[in-house]
Design a protein around this ligand. Structure first.
Ligand SMILES: [Zn+2]
Ligand SMILES: [Zn+2]
Ligand SMILES: [Zn+2]
Length: 260
């Protein structure tokens, strides 16, 4: 006789690990400005009964009170977006990207699509817009990190690699920027996580927001969700789709590349 199915998950650095027993419920994808700011793009999570979630390592786990009603759980060491917990709710939302293996799940619904960013649409190519100039304002959810950089964002790339999925909680969307042209207005809570491939990922250690990625060769990309208001950018392609999660399909008609 076999026991209930177990789905294991973790943050990128391994300082938070968990198990979900039983089936992974259908995933909800949230486009609200808080979820975009926190995850770096959009946040996707499965509402798991609290009793079915067991933390097996939690020394990296931190919680940020993002509203009167809700807290967001993340790894303060690598910045991975992991959990969304509503006060008094019987379920806790577990990030789809945090699962180590296949989830056997699917997308159940999209919510707050009216707050989607200007650089994508959930199920179609983003509308063509005239590039908008002017500086871009970026910040984390708590305001401990805030920065300005020249706009517009122009070309936004979605990355489905395991690392981006672990850190964002779903998949990432970012645009190339000149790091030397980025000016911090606040950076007291900025944390940098050294990725195993020699890159560096910037996040807020107090709220867990994903902010930017610096590759080993020095090229620099800013998470589209970190920008307040319009980015002036457009998603143009999906990369590393060979590492995509099993619970979602890419349905916007944009080019897909197995690697990059
Ligand atoms: Zn971690
Ligand atoms: Zn913050
Ligand atoms: Zn990636």
């Amino acid at each position: 006789m076999s026991g209930p199915e177990i789905h294991r998950g973790s943050c990128r650095c391994g300082h938070v690990t968990f198990e979900v027993s039983g089936q992974v419920p259908p995933v909800t994808i949230c486009h609200c400005s808080q979820c975009r700011n926190w995850s770096g793009h959009i946040f996707a999570a499965a509402p798991v009964p609290r009793a079915a979630l067991r933390l097996t390592r939690e020394d990296g786990l931190a919680w940020f009170q993002s509203s009167d009603h809700a807290r967001r759980g993340f790894c303060r060491d690598c910045g991975a977006s992991l959990f969304w917990s509503g006060a008094g709710e019987a379920h806790i939302a577990v990030a789809g990207g945090a699962f180590d293996g296949p989830t056997g799940s699917r997308v159940g619904r999209h919510i707050f699509t009216e707050y989607a960013g200007d650089y994508y649409t959930p199920a179609a190519p983003p509308p063509l817009r005239a590039p908008r100039g002017g500086p871009l304002e970026g910040r984390c959810l708590c305001g401990g990190v805030a920065f300005t950089l020249p706009g517009p964002a122009r070309s936004v790339t979605a990355c489905h690699c395991v690392q981006c999925r672990k850190l964002s909680g779903h998949f990432s969307a970012s645009f190339d920027a000149d790091e030397a042209a980025l000016t911090y207005r606040a950076r007291a809570t900025l944390a940098e996580f050294a990725t195993p491939d020699g890159g560096t990922r910037g996040h807020c250690r107090d709220c867990g927001s994903s902010l930017w990625f610096r590759a080993r060769d020095g090229s620099f990309a800013v998470e589209a969700g970190a920008i307040r208001g319009a980015t002036g950018g457009q998603m143009e392609s999906h990369i590393f789709v060979s590492e995509k999660g099993d619970y979602y399909e890419i349905a916007d008609g944009l080019p897909q590349h197995a690697a990059w």
